[in-house]
Design a protein around this ligand. Structure first.
Ligand SMILES: C[S@@+](CC[C@H](N)C(=O)[O-])C[C@H]1O[C@@H](n2cnc3c(N)ncnc32)[C@H](O)[C@@H]1O
Length: 188
């Protein structure tokens, strides 16, 4: 059973220094099968611009919101879904991923920027570590979603957009989306 939807909550974004990291977390969320990305507590038009530009060109139906209260958002989420907080201090991803995959409700994945308050460790149904070494929220999110989807996310179709890439052994082959026939999809 799969959850109805998967959202990512980015906690602690600092507009002066996290633009690139948060943009990359958003791109990973979109490309690797999340349905929504919530930028908690701050408004950053640069992140919104990056999101809109990507969706316009490459498609996808990712829901994007910013400036919402992260604490309230997480509490509200518990009414209809469960929460996974990615942290190096949590339980190994491989020990909980099957149970998480088997749950049928909406999943909120919380990723931090710097220090994440105790609240998120407590509100989370699962504190999940992607290895117990400090690395990056982008890497943690990518690996978590990849383990969750068991690799299938790399082949998801993203609705809409203008362009698609035809995989090529050398160079870049990019075509307008409307020139792609469903027959090609079946033979890929
Ligand atoms: C700069 S790191 C801060 C590391 C932090 N001390 C922690 O609790 O994981 C920013 C974010 O990356 C994610 N992260 C870093 N290493 C991780 C790991 N080994 N497993 C899961 N998430 C990790 C967490 O979401 C964390 O809030």
């Amino acid at each position: 059973m799969s959850p109805a939807k998967i959202y990512v909550l980015r906690y602690g974004h600092r507009p002066q220094r996290d633009k690139r990291v948060t943009t990359h977390a958003l791109l990973v969320a979109r490309a690797f099968g999340a349905n929504g990305f919530i930028l908690g507590d701050v408004v950053d038009e640069k992140i919104k611009e990056a999101f809109e530009k990507t969706v316009k060109i490459w498609g996808g139906r990712l829901h994007f919101e910013m400036g919402v209260d992260s604490f309230k958002y997480a509490q509200e989420w518990r009414r209809h879904g469960f929460i996974v907080h990615l942290t190096m201090y949590g339980l190994p991803v491989d020990s909980v991923i099957d149970e998480i995959r088997g749950r049928g409700s909406d999943m909120l994945i919380v990723i931090g920027a710097s220090k994440v308050p105790r609240f998120f460790y407590e509100v989370a149904d699962y504190n999940v570590a992607v290895g117990n070494q400090p690395h990056s929220e982008i890497a943690a999110l990518a690996i978590f979603l990849d383990r969750y989807y068991q690799g299938r996310e790399l082949y998801f179709e993203h609705e809409g957009g203008r362009l698609r890439i035809i995989p090529h052994e050398r160079g870049k082959k990019v075509v307008p989306k409307h020139s792609f026939s469903p027959l090609d999809a079946e033979t890929r």
